[in-house]
Design a protein around this ligand. Structure first.
Ligand code: DC
Length: 735
């Protein structure tokens, strides 16, 4: 039975990338069904049919869609790139909702999987196309992540790309259309396994799927029985070449001469065609012909001939078995010691001569074949062995493992094709993927061996792994949400962006790049998921500093930056706080530069600690009492002030511990230009706002008020003096 893996999921969930990788690793065929619907859309657009009219899609009756070497062909033209344009993306949902289109595509998809191990991705694979798939995966990821991936993919392919928001909208729209259409909507099959890839790397997902494939019983034994199409095709191409290697030395010229001489004439090629080289056959010993020295017959020299066994097959065709091809014969033994006329013998055909009818037999090959059968029967899943590379041939490498010949097809090598030659003479680790009994050899894979080794290493490593362990890792991959760090060979953990540093990291690349060494601590272990932290190993300066401090604490800091908004103060070499200008002095006109310069150490009070933003706000003015709060004057009061500063348009004056402003325009009865520092002036408080620390006084207002009061008391006195005795009496009665 062939193996089928179905992967469904919404747009941008990574289906195609994952399916492609899994296919490569397992040697399965990958069928991207989304690409097929895209190809239909492309043809519809080219034919300018009415996309809204399902009947216009009858062109599919004469349309050819197929895949060749991971490329999609529409009517024999490679359209792999063309189907990824935005025009197609925008129209494909419309096209793929038609029952007629789907029927055609599903039939074609089901046809394409026949007799193959396949991984197929789309929207309805697990539910409609391959309802009996051996493994069904529903791959998902959050919309933002999918939009991000879509954009990246399109950018990498130099395709037109929408901005992030539009891409998110495009994806949401497509999700909606794909999952609400009446026919075959995007839906998770009941028996599908859901994988959320939002926070997983491609490798993580691929590994997960491959583990599931093995868990579901796809094992080496099955694989051995399943003929691998790709390898078969390759094997066919190099048939002639391989045969020379497997059969070791081809029959010598001597043998050719000999066989020619001995050939019973007129034997038909067709008769011989029923036999294949390396085939196992049974025959009867007709004669053991003894060695013949060179002899002369007239002018002709008859060459020396080795001892040989003449064997006849059941249909009467004959051939020879030479000592060098005979298994289990000792140096000092002759063929005559082992074979008797009339013996029934089983042999392998080592060589068939083209004109038919004559064979060279071998029991050495027969033994090898039997050994191989034993090897195949005992073969276990995840077997890996070391084989020596003998030679590079057109389709890969020929190798030797114990007595067995092995072929490593190019597609199964872990190095680039151009580097295959460098492996000749080396011992490399390979895993058998198929035993080719017909050719008496093992088809091996270096890719599979590497994966098995990696899995074994990983398993062993994971068994010893514990939360709290610290590793010197290397960044292998960077994603938007964090970095994948290799902590041991083939074992990667996720260093989430929030675990990179104590301060907030907005872009991973600002701190880490692929290849960077990074010390990490294991903070989470969940199945195969390893959660790592870098910040856990970096001293938490913030914690250290703030742990014993609260709002109102008085600390010392050094001014490291003075700007329009205030002072940045270094509280320790790693921690800074901010002293806003408004918190510098109760005097709102005070200038920072007048009293503090860079490098000065000053005492400040902490007035805010924001742990989320890692922010500390400081105050200098709050170290002293607010003189405005204790000011005992109020608006309207007449007070004496002292001039402390002379300005062009007025004077700064002090009232108790605060300072106010006396505009020149309110100076009366004295010459404003004669006012001196320290001079005392009687003023009236015009404005007093202790919230805003604002005090404005006026000399004129004070004088006018004093004058008014004098005038009033004079008038009162006059009134008193003009009272009658009767008025006096009335007043005393009221009292
Ligand atoms: O995976 P993708 O974006 O290349 O798919 C293109 C469109 O094809 C998508 O909008 C849904 C549709 N599709 C479908 O209806 N059924 C499938 N099996 C695969 C794809």
């Amino acid at each position: 039975m062939n193996w089928q893996i179905a992967i469904d999921g919404p747009a941008g969930s990574g289906k195609s990338t994952i399916a492609q990788e899994v296919a490569k690793k397992l040697n399965f065929e990958h069928i991207d069904t989304g690409a097929m619907y895209r190809a239909v859309t492309l043809k519809a657009l080219k034919l300018k049919v009415d996309l809204e009219n399902e009947d216009d899609f009858k062109f599919l009756e004469n349309t050819k869609i197929d895949f060749r070497k991971q490329k999609i062909y529409l009517d024999d033209i490679d359209v792999t790139k063309e189907i990824r344009t935005l025009d197609i993306t925008n129209n494909v949902s419309l096209v793929s909702k038609y029952g007629y289109v789907r029927k055609k595509m599903v039939a074609l998809q089901q046809f394409l999987v026949a007799n193959k191990n396949v991984i197929m991705d789309g929207r309805d694979i697990g539910t409609v196309v391959l309802p009996n798939a051996n493994l069904k995966i529903f791959l998902n990821a959050n919309v933002e992540e999918r939009a991000y991936r879509r954009m990246k993919e399109r950018q990498e392919q130099n395709l037109e790309t929408y901005d992030f928001e539009t891409t998110v909208k495009e994806i949401i729209e497509r999700d909606f259309k794909d999952s609400t259409r009446p026919i075959s909507p995007l839906k998770k099959a009941d028996d599908a396994i859901e994988i959320d890839s939002s926070n997983l790397s491609v490798e993580n997902v691929v590994d997960e799927i491959i583990s599931l494939v093995f868990e579901r019983g796809y094992n080496m034994e099955k694989e051995l029985k399943n003929e691998n199409v790709e390898i078969q095709e390759e094997a066919q191409k190099e048939e002639t070449q391989i045969e020379e290697e497997v059969v070791e030395t081809a029959a010598s010229t001597d043998e050719n001469v000999e066989v020619e001489e001995e050939t019973v004439e007129e034997e038909k090629a067709e008769t011989a065609a029923k036999y294949k080289e390396l085939q196992i056959v049974t025959g009867t010993v007709l004669e053991v012909i003894s060695e013949q020295p060179e002899s002369k017959q007239g002018n002709r020299t008859i060459k020396a001939k080795e001892e040989r066994v003449l064997i006849a097959l059941e249909d009467g065709q004959e051939g020879f078995l030479f000592k060098r091809d005979t298994a289990n014969i000792k140096e000092d033994e002759d063929l005559i010691d082992l074979f008797c006329e009339g013996d029934k013998v089983e042999v392998a055909i080592k060589k068939i001569f083209p004109d038919g009818g004559k064979f060279i037999f071998s029991t050495v090959l027969l033994e090898k074949r039997k050994d191989l059968e034993k090897f195949g029967a005992e073969l276990k899943r995840d077997t890996v062995f070391t084989a020596k590379v003998l030679k590079q041939i057109q389709v890969g490498l020929l190798m030797k493992y114990e007595e067995f010949s092995c072929l490593l097809p190019t597609s199964q090598a872990a190095v680039a094709e151009s580097e295959l030659g460098s492996l000749v003479g080396k011992e490399i680790s390979v895993a058998p993927i198929r035993v080719d009994y017909g050719r008496i050899r093992i088809i091996v894979s270096q890719v599979l061996a590497d994966r098995i080794n990696a899995r074994a290493n990983k398993k062993a490593f994971l068994e010893t792994l514990e939360v709290g362990q610290v590793f010197d890792g290397v960044v292998k991959n960077i994603e938007k949400y964090g970095a994948f760090v290799e902590i041991s060979k083939d074992v990667e953990g996720l260093l989430h962006i929030s675990e990179i540093d104590h301060t907030r990291v907005f872009k991973v690349e600002k701190v880490l790049n692929v290849g960077d060494p990074v010390k990490v601590k294991v903070i989470k272990l969940e199945k195969d998921h390893i959660g790592l932290s870098r910040k856990a190993l970096i001293p938490n300066y913030w914690e250290e500093y703030t742990s014993d401090k609260a709002v109102d604490a008085i600390v010392k800091g050094t001014a490291v930056e003075i700007n329009n908004s205030g002072i940045v103060m270094a509280l320790t070499p790693e921690i800074t706080g901010f002293l806003p200008k408004s918190e510098f002095s109760w005097d709102r006109d005070a200038k920072i530069e007048d009293s503090v310069k860079l490098g000065d150490e000053i005492e400040v009070k902490i007035i805010e600690i924001d742990a989320t933003k890692k922010r500390i706000i400081l105050s200098k003015k709050q170290l002293v009492d607010n003189p405005w709060a204790s000011l005992e004057v109020k608006a309207g009061d007449i007070v004496d002030v002292k001039v402390t500063k002379i300005l062009p348009e007025g004077f700064i004056v002090s009232v108790g511990k605060v300072e106010g402003y006396l505009p020149k325009s309110t100076i009366r009865s004295i010459d404003p230009n004669s006012v001196q520092l320290e001079q005392e002036i009687k003023v009236k408080v015009r404005v007093l706002d202790s919230e805003k620390n604002k005090l404005v006084v006026s000399m004129r207002d004070a004088e006018e008020r004093i004058e008014r009061e004098i005038f009033k008391s004079t008038m009162d006195l006059q009134d008193k003096m003009s009272n009658t005795f009767g008025d006096y009496l009335k007043q005393s009665k009221k009292k």
